[in-house]
Design a protein around this ligand. Structure first.
Ligand code: HEC
Ligand code: HEC
Length: 421
């Protein structure tokens, strides 16, 4: 099976051939390409059947045919795969390419102007500034985002990405772009989605291809049919997830008035915070394990996020070789649970933001979803909606709680914690 790069009768009905022809012939002077993720490729191939240079070239050509290049990104129109429904073609052109201003003073090349020095031209999180930052800028190609209204495993909505751009990520180097006009924010959001979709398709395609039998791997001269299906599947899988994000937003359960800072009396809030304290230190919510007895973020110190974990030595013998291929700088950054006493929340400080962090967990960052009671499984331990609001009130009170308050129970008897503070 081969992903051919010239016109062929059995062309993809979604216009891949046309795109290939344009991509390969029409843009002969187009040298800048989205680079392949060689660490991912080399870590996932069977060393016995390693991808050959010609196969990697074919892979790059096929991805180029579907997604274009950093200077001319494109989405196939009227295709079966639907990227065009997720990102706007005109906005992509505004965000992509080199930086320039048109005679009307409109800025082009927004991504390279504002983002690429951190997030990299391919969205690999390895721009020229990245080496000096902790945490590292996001590698969009995994398709994982941390700060969103949707559960783990789901994509962020447009509003989630907009919020990240407008507010930045407090406590990290990710700046706020609140001064940019609305259309530029929209263009950058679409371009982040585009880079993420392209990168994730590449990853999925590599996995599919590594599963094929030796010899079949993008080399034989047979038909395009297999290749067509592979690409369609790889793209549709990713596109479907982005399309359903809006329907996955976690709608917050009503907050009881006695736990709502806007309506609760001082005493009611104090009781809610005390209940939250017990939950935080209890075994169901289990927050203290990572965030520490003190909530200073010193409970579990040996965590790595999903992005960094990929660069950890699985096979020590090959580690040095893989690292020489990494665009992302070394060394691996350790992931610290948040110090909750600082009052700096990367994903936003509103009760709603904390609600989403708890009910959804933090994707890619090991923070689990809070276990909730399940009406279908009454025996399963979990928290109720009002418990969750108490916990949120406690978390939000932590910057003001005195650290010198004596701990009156030891770590071993959380279950019995019943004493009021
Ligand atoms: C100075 C470096 C820097 C610049 C410039 C920058 N970012 Fe970031 N960005 C970061 C860092 C660091 C993170 C990761 C923060 C974390 O993991 O908590 C990040 C994360 C993100 C995320 C992921 C949020 C999530 O929920 O996981 C998005 C989306 C993003 N940036 C978009 C952009 C866009 C678009 C631009 C340009 C308009 C941009 N960034 C410019 C450093 C930067
Ligand atoms: C397995 C470890 C782990 C557990 C258990 C855990 N967290 Fe976290 N938590 C983390 C890590 C790691 C981060 C930092 C993630 C990041 O931003 O990269 C974090 C971040 C947070 C944040 C900051 C969100 C923001 O926007 O900056 C809050 C709030 C939080 N945790 C609350 C809790 C609460 C409450 C619980 C218990 C229900 C809990 N966590 C359980 C690991 C954990």
């Amino acid at each position: 099976m081969k992903f051919k790069t010239e016109t062929n009768n059995s062309c993809f009905r979604f216009g891949l051939c046309l795109a290939l022809a344009v991509g390969m012939l029409g843009c002969g002077n187009e040298t800048l390409r989205f680079h392949l993720d060689m660490v991912w490729i080399r870590s996932n191939e069977d060393p016995e059947v390693a991808f050959q240079p010609e196969q990697l070239q074919n892979l790059s050509n096929v991805l180029g045919a579907v997604f274009g290049t950093p200077n001319k990104p494109h989405v196939l129109q009227d295709s079966d795969i639907g990227v065009e429904k997720l990102v706007n073609r005109d906005l992509l052109q505004l965000a992509a390419g080199p930086v320039w201003n048109d005679p009307q003073g409109k800025s082009h090349g927004l991504y390279r102007k504002h983002c690429a020095h951190c997030h990299g031209v391919s969205g690999d999180g390895a721009g020229s500034t990245a080496a000096y930052l902790n945490p590292y800028p996001r590698d969009y190609r995994r398709g994982i985002f941390k700060f969103k209204s949707t559960p783990k495993g789901e994509k962020p909505t447009n509003s989630d990405l907009e919020k990240t751009l407008l507010e930045g990520i407090p406590g990290t180097s990710m700046p706020s772009f609140v001064l940019l006009p609305d259309d530029e924010i929209a263009a950058l959001v679409d371009y982040v989605k585009f880079l993420s979709i392209r990168g994730e398709v590449e990853r999925n395609l590599v996995l599919e291809l590594s599963d094929l039998e030796e010899g079949e791997l993008l080399v034989s001269d047979e038909t395009l049919e297999d290749g067509k299906e592979l690409i369609q599947d790889a793209v549709s899988f990713v596109v479907n997830r982005w399309s359903r994000a809006e329907s996955k937003v976690a709608i917050p359960a009503a907050c009881p008035s006695s736990a709502d800072p806007r309506t609760a009396t001082g005493e009611e809030m104090e009781r809610s915070i005390t209940r939250g304290y017990h939950l935080f230190h209890g075994v169901i919510a289990n927050c203290f394990t990572c965030h520490g007895e003190t909530a200073l973020g010193d409970g579990q110190l040996d965590l790595f996020d999903d992005w960094t974990e990929e660069l950890q030595p699985k096979d020590p013998e090959r580690h040095a070789e893989l690292m020489s291929l990494a665009q992302r700088p070394q060394p691996a950054r350790n992931l610290r649970p948040r110090n909750l006493r600082l009052g700096i929340y990367r994903g936003g400080r509103r009760p709603l933001d904390i609600y989403w962090r708890l009910i959804n967990g933090i994707d890619g960052a090991k923070m689990p979803q809070v276990p909730m009671v399940d009406p279908n499984d009454p025996g399963k331990p979990g928290m109720s909606d009002s418990d969750l609001w108490d916990l949120i009130n406690y978390v939000r009170s932590l910057p003001y709680e005195t650290l010198s308050r004596p701990a009156y129970q030891s770590q071993t008897d959380h279950v019995q914690l019943t004493k009021p503070l």
